[in-house]
Design a protein around this ligand. Sequence first.
Ligand SMILES: N[C@@H](CCC(=O)N[C@@H](CS)C(=O)NCC(=O)O)C(=O)O
Length: 211
Amino acid sequence: MLTLYIGNKNYSSWSMRPWLVLKKAGLPFEEELIQLYVPGGKDKLLALSPAGTVPVLHVDQAVIPDSLEISEWAAKCVPNLWPKDLADKERAKALCKQMQDDFTAFRGAAPMNLRRRTTSPLSDDALDSAARLEEAFADCLGRHDGPFLFDDWSIADAFATPYATRFASYDVPCGLKVDTYFSELLADEDYLQWEMDAMAEDWIIEAFETV
Ligand SMILES: N[C@@H](CCC(=O)N[C@@H](CS)C(=O)NCC(=O)O)C(=O)O
């Protein structure tokens, strides 16, 4: 029995990633949404996981509290969520870790907000950070035939999807190769299901609307 606890679909980029992974894995799971940054919300999160954050996966009695750990867990249950080639697999894992830890200037200036469309310019720091990310994606795409970072869909593409939404929301320029890749991610049927649910939410987190 799997239960994936997630945050607001409009805002929670960390939640989107393992949700996409579990969908692609074909593992049946229940999803429970915990509204973020509301009174009492943190207590609910702490009752679910010592980390006090979403996503968190409950598997029978086990608690797995991080987007990459949940994805790794799914990859142990189901083949082909990482690239088959060993060098590609290591590169995909490193890229996911980098997508978690790096690009903070871009993430800070452009929080995921699926409803948002703005042309207000980002700071140079944020644009430099976005350009480094684009370069990392372009490098992978240049070594493979596509349409995904490592040819077939992998966990790395789940981790890239919230970034694709940020490029669209904040009108960040990018080259044709990466733009085509982002279009592929944003046309994915599981992503579109998530996006539709996000659009139906009416919760507003002001802090993520005014950046
Ligand atoms: N490294 C964690 C980050 C999780 C995280 O920061 N989640 C945010 C939501 S997107 C959260 O739960 N924030 C609520 C809080 O910190 O109170 C992961 O990859 O799962």
